[in-house]
Design a protein around this ligand. Structure first.
Ligand SMILES: Cc1ncc(COP(=O)(O)O)c(C=O)c1O
Length: 393
């Protein structure tokens, strides 16, 4: 079967809710993917900021195989050693007083849990979120997603209790967060919105306001977490500690898992029966995530993301210089965005024709979120393609 035949089969049997390329991969290794026809691609998408260790990392593969041969799932009716181990590993990389984890299966579920936790902890109904944000597709997370295109057709959702503010507007932040606010939810870098980092002033004001009003500061680290931005977590660029963080994507290195981490005090709001999930924290996903943390440490991939990302950003700025269609290169670590405006989709197609996989966020920005193990050579290949696309050389 070739990629086109898979696309045809999918068109009969699957929901047509994704605008997929007619491209199907059979396997991967490191930053490379191979399609069913045997062509090799360089992957700057990493499953949308998921495959942080690249494809088929031997230690991750070994851990998954070993765990699967022992125990995949038992439910949360029982103690789960791999879950406790992962909680301990996460506690070692977050600042105090964070250190209590709850596990689920995706980013939306993690944010859903964070929102429920904030309402339960504070006894308040209201949530403040940013325009142009993305927090997931469940009813509650869609309600705090500040982009009409995702909400269209599903209104009013839970929007009665959600106020949107301008991302990076301290003024609007101050007007919105008050003593009736359960939570303020923010991404450190808006990913789906187009790789837009929060300003120092905004993030710090957010922390201060939450402290003053008793609202919980929920930081959505689903895309920015696990070393992506050159720190373990995006909030660490701002010198603040949130009340709750949500994680998913990179946490399992490709195995579905989500988490929220908070303080022991706030975690008390979830007493037995208040919140839960059947699959969340299963031995397989937790064993994978523990290995991801170990390998990120062993291979110093967080530091590498910071260094390589800074170098790459400087190079991208040089590459786009002199082209009037390009307004900005943004981002931190290996979460970079090149705003190409109307040219963004064109570059995505141009890159694909050269077997370079990139994707467009926010309609106008080429998003670069490769595996954290990406080689300098692969980075140079992308730069060369961008240069020839823009400057025709
Ligand atoms: C910041 C952020 N939060 C939440 C989500 C939703 O995660 P999931 O697709 O795993 O539900 C995403 C997905 O792109 C995201 O980028």
């Amino acid at each position: 079967m070739d990629s086109k035949q898979v696309a045809e089969l999918s068109s009969y049997y699957l929901f047509q809710n994704y605008a997929r390329e007619a491209l199907c991969f059979s396997h991967g290794k490191g930053e490379y993917l191979w399609d069913l026809e045997g062509n090799r691609y360089i992957d700057y998408v990493a499953g949308i900021a998921v495959n942080c260790l690249g494809h088929a990392h031997p230690e991750l593969v070994k851990a998954i195989c070993e765990q699967a041969s022992r125990l995949i799932h038992v439910s949360n009716l029982y103690q789960v050693k791999e879950q406790a181990d992962l909680g301990e590993a996460l506690a070692a990389i977050v600042p105090a007083p964070l250190g209590r984890s709850f596990f689920c299966n995706s980013g939306a579920e993690a944010n859903e849990a964070a929102l429920k936790l904030a309402v339960k902890h504070t006894g308040r109904p209201k949530v403040v979120a940013a325009r142009n944000s993305f927090h997931g597709r469940t009813a509650a997370t869609l309600s705090v997603t500040g982009q009409g295109k995702y909400q269209k057709g599903f209104e009013p959702l839970l929007s009665r209790n959600v106020d949107f503010i301008g991302y990076n507007s301290v003024e609007e932040l101050k007007a919105a967060v008050d003593h009736g606010t359960a939570a303020l939810i923010l991404e450190p870098v808006q990913g789906e919105g187009g790789v837009i980092p929060a300003s120092q002033e905004f993030f710090r004001a957010a922390r201060d306001l939450c402290t003053d009003t008793g609202a919980l500061m929920l930081v959505d680290e689903v895309q920015t977490g696990m070393g992506r931005t050159g720190e373990w977590f995006g909030f660490q660029h701002y010198g603040v500690v949130p009340d709750v963080i949500s994680l998913a994507k990179g946490l399992g290195g490709g195995v579905p898992i989500g988490a929220i981490i908070t303080s022991p005090d706030i975690a008390k709001a979830f007493t037995p029966g208040v919140h839960g999930t059947t699959f969340g924290g299963n031995p397989l996903a937790c064993a994978a995530a523990s290995v991801v943390i170990r390998v990120l440490r062993q291979e110093r991939l967080v530091e590498r993301a910071a260094e390589l990302g800074a170098e790459w950003k400087r190079e991208l700025v040089r590459t786009v210089q002199g082209h009037e269609g390009v307004t900005e290169v943004r981002g931190m670590g290996l979460m970079l965005g090149v705003e190409l405006g109307d040219l963004a989709k064109g570059f995505q197609a141009y890159a694909l024709a050269r077997r370079l996989l990139v994707n467009v966020a926010g309609g106008r920005t080429v998003r670069l979120v490769p595996p954290l193990i990406i080689s300098k050579g692969s980075i140079q290949e992308l730069d060369a393609a961008l240069s020839s696309y823009l400057h025709g050389n």
